[in-house]
Design a protein around this ligand. Structure first.
Ligand code: NAD
Length: 368
């Protein structure tokens, strides 16, 4: 069988720095576990603009459509702030998401025990937390028409439209149910069915998909505002949360902060299955290109490393190897290894980006 294929788009700022650590880990899996990926690399964001005058060249887009998974670092930076909107680095990322039709965005909120004191919530509320928010990514109020700023009488009016079709709701619901089956088999769907018709349809369709195709999964429904409160009050009651684009944007950011540092948060964006059964997939850390620390060896590579662990689990069905990598990260943190962003009030000497990568490799070695 052909090796699984990966396209690496390291991007800008700290993107290439954190991705260098992931490449070491990909090398480790090849050398020590006999798991070989066909890896290709290309440019995205400002790095692509500098060479091609566009943040994503057509040839890169074509490669992204062909590979089993894309791994992205980060895009953007002050150098590109004044560019026209159409060629800004972020447009490269948006084009990837749109043309690969990545409708299901998985944002885990996982709190490693060693970092529980970094959360703004009490240790007992967050320690050991492990939930995933599935956000619909390609429809809803960010895309619905009509939209714009219009004039009505003698004043302006801003309009956006929340619009969901049954099939758009059904496919993201399926993605959440499939995910729950690999985890603790529980889905909570969040909308505002009390005040929005799109919410009523959302609730009905999620329930229908459940009853017909996933009766074994425990399903509950919650209004999104109550969900936000519950996420702060007792987040461990959840396993998988599925919600629309707007509420998902807010709830996943709030949930992320339960866990502490931006440098720790991975994500996956999945689309429809390809001919080989694997979903179209893009894995990337939640953080941006962090221009304030770029080039200084200070970036925490864990978010990018955990994004690769998600690729092992969701694109390549290598759950045991994903566990191995996540446990290696957990061990490194438990041993007190910290990049600068994870230094607590007790102080200490932070490791560099590559120091953190090396510590994860050493923990992987110890797992054999
Ligand atoms: P950011 O995520 O880049 O940085 C926010 C803060 O978190 C900074 O202080 C940064 O140093 C810190 N930080 C982020 N990642 C870190 C890591 N791995 N290790 C240690 N510290 C880390 O957000 P920003 O400053 O608002 O944006 C910077 C640039 O990144 C902008 O051009 C923005 O458009 C872009 N951006 C890109 C993405 C993406 O590529 N998906 C996401 C968000 C922002």
């Amino acid at each position: 069988m052909a090796n699984p294929s990966l396209l690496i788009l390291a991007g800008d700022g700290i993107g290439p720095e954190v991705m260098a650590e992931v490449k070491k880990i990909i090398g480790w899996f090849d050398a020590k576990r006999g798991i070989r990926f066909d890896v290709s690399e290309d440019l995205v964001g400002g790095a692509a603009y500098d060479v091609h005058g566009t943040p994503l060249h057509d040839s890169t887009m074509a490669k992204a459509q062909e590979v089993d998974a894309v791994l992205l670092g980060a895009v953007g930076g002050p150098k590109y702030d004044k560019l026209d909107f159409s060629v800004k680095p972020e447009r490269g990322l948006l084009r990837l998401r749109k043309e690969m039709d990545l409708f299901s965005n998985l944002r885990p909120a996982q709190c490693f025990d060693a970092l529980a004191d970094f959360s703004s919530l009490k240790r007992e509320v967050v320690a050991g937390l492990d939930i995933v928010i599935v956000r619909e990514l390609t429809s809803g109020v960010y895309f619905g028409e009509p939209r714009g700023i219009f004039t009505e009488g003698n004043e302006r009016v801003g309009i956006n439209t929340q619009r969901y079709t049954e099939s758009e709701i059904a496919r993201v619901a399926r993605s959440a149910f499939e995910l729950a089956r690999r985890r603790n088999n529980k889905v909570c769907s969040m909308e505002k069915a009390n005040v929005m018709e799109s919410g009523i349809l959302w609730r009905e369709v999620v329930q229908e998909v459940h009853d017909k195709e996933y009766p074994d999964v425990e399903l509950s429904h919650m209004y999104a505002d109550a969900g936000a409160m519950q996420l702060c009050r007792w987040p461990k009651q959840f396993d998988v949360i599925v919600t629309d684009n707007l509420f998902g944007d807010l709830l996943s950011d709030a949930a992320a902060m339960l866990t502490g540092s931006l440098g720790m948060l991975p994500s996956a964006s999945l689309g429809a299955p390809m001919a080989n059964g694997r979903p179209k997939a893009l894995y990337e850390p939640v953080h941006g290109s962090a221009p304030d620390i770029a080039g200084q060896g200070k970036a925490n590579p864990i978010a990018c490393i955990l994004s690769f662990a998600m690729a092992l689990r969701y694109s390549f069905d290598m759950g045991a190897e994903a566990d191995r990598l996540e446990k290696a990260v957990e061990k490194v943190l438990a041993d007190g290894v910290r990049t600068a962003d994870l230094m607590g009030p007790e102080g200490g000497v932070p490791v560099s980006t590559s120091g953190m990568g090396d510590a994860v490799i050493a923990a992987l070695d110890a797992s054999l």
